[in-house]
Design a protein around this ligand. Structure first.
Ligand code: FAD
Length: 319
């Protein structure tokens, strides 16, 4: 669609901040290479990473982008397509009937022959969605003020590749076109009750900021300009799930926090299936024959807190 979303084809690095993480990255690289995926394992300096990163696994395909601009670009394309769009309209119920599916919204309803649920982490609030489809998890990000070019060069981050650490719960880092750094995650929060709007927790923002300063000591003085967060949907297999809730209601959700490329890609495959055009092998990989899902005990608050504590203990050993 040619969307201008500040895309930079820098590749992404599964990077290590400790010898143990380096071994993990090495294992991952071996595994991917055996599976025929093009990845390279390298030293941090060869990969053009900031000084605190010892090395890691570079996946050269892909890169970094501004997800907000991407989403707005998709919206423009959708509006230009002639599809009828009802924005700011919460779906309250989706009910299969003999005459098709009825989608109810606060001031009316829509009748449809086929419905696709792409409600991701919010799916459990819809009665039609299979139970335990995915665990809604909140994750937070922060962004620094712009960094002067000479200070950025001095960090050693010459490749501008996206970076994710090998902690139990990753830290991620990317540069923007404005030369700010966007960093986040480190801690995940489980949903209590309805999955609704919320703001990042100040304690988590402080923790992410501390993580940023530990990885970029020469940029400790940079101000954090903003913080935000959002809901992602996690599954025990760490794979998205797609299938049918009923004969004419399909679902496609839970890209496990990695959906910027996956969600639109799988969406095109599901669109082909719904239109009856084509069956795709890659959709079959995530397709569930029966809408039954096991609980995912890893995604509850005490377990995620324990993973965070283990990560910080490992960090202390390194420092
Ligand atoms: C902080 C954060 C950082 C991330 N970082 C990355 C990253 O670096 N790389 C990456 O690939 N991915 C990342 N992700 C994940 C990525 O954003 C998601 O995987 C992707 O957005 C999933 O797309 P989706 O369309 O499936 O779901 P979503 O983007 O969650 O969209 C679901 C939509 O359904 C709507 N909806 C839900 N219920 C209803 C209802 N009842 N009625 C009407 N509308 C409804 C919601 O309003 C929402 O717009 C990140 C996510 C977060 C929150």
């Amino acid at each position: 669609l040619g969307i201008d979303c500040d895309y930079e084809p820098t590749g992404n690095v599964a990077a290590a901040v400790s010898p143990a993480q380096l071994r993990t990255a090495r294992k991952k690289a071996d595994m991917f290479q055996k599976a025929g995926v093009h990845v390279e394992f390298g030293d941090g300096r060869d990969l053009g990473l900031p000084d605190a990163f010892l090395g890691g696994m570079l996946e050269p395909r892909g890169g970094v982008m501004d997800p907000g601009k991407f989403a707005l670009g998709l919206r423009e394309a959708l509006l230009a397509s002639g599809a009828r769009v009802f924005e700011q309209t919460a779906v309250q119920a989706v009910e299969p009937t003999r005459a098709g599916v009825i989608v109810s919204v606060p001031r009316g309803h829509v009748r449809a022959a086929q419905v696709v649920l792409t409600t991701n982490a919010y799916s459990r609030d819809l009665a039609i969605a299979p139970k335990r489809l995915a665990a809604p998890i909140w994750c937070s990000m922060v962004e620094t003020e712009p960094i002067p070019p000479e200070r950025l060069t001095a960090t050693g981050w010459t490749s501008r590749s996206g970076i994710a650490t090998q902690h139990n719960i990753m830290e991620s880092f990317r540069l923007t076109r404005r030369n700010t750094i966007v960093t986040g995650v480190r801690q995940l929060q489980a949903a209590r009750g309805t999955v609704g709007a919320r703001k990042p927790d100040p304690e988590i923002v402080a923790d992410i900021t501390q993580g940023f300063r530990a990885r970029f000591p020469s940029l400790r003085d940079l101000a954090i300009e903003r913080a935000w967060g959002g809901w992602i949907a996690m599954t025990p297999s760490w794979l998205p799930v797609a299938g049918q809730a009923t004969r004419n209601i399909s679902y496609l959700i839970a890209c496990n926090g990695h959906g910027l490329a996956q969600a639109p890609y799988l969406g095109t495959l599901l669109a082909d299936r719904v239109a009856g055009d084509k069956a795709h092998d890659n959709l079959a990989t995530v397709w569930r024959m029966r809408p039954r899902f096991a609980p995912s005990p890893a995604f509850n608050a005490p377990v995620m807190r324990a993973m965070w504590a283990l990560d910080r203990r490992a960090d202390r050993k390194v420092s």
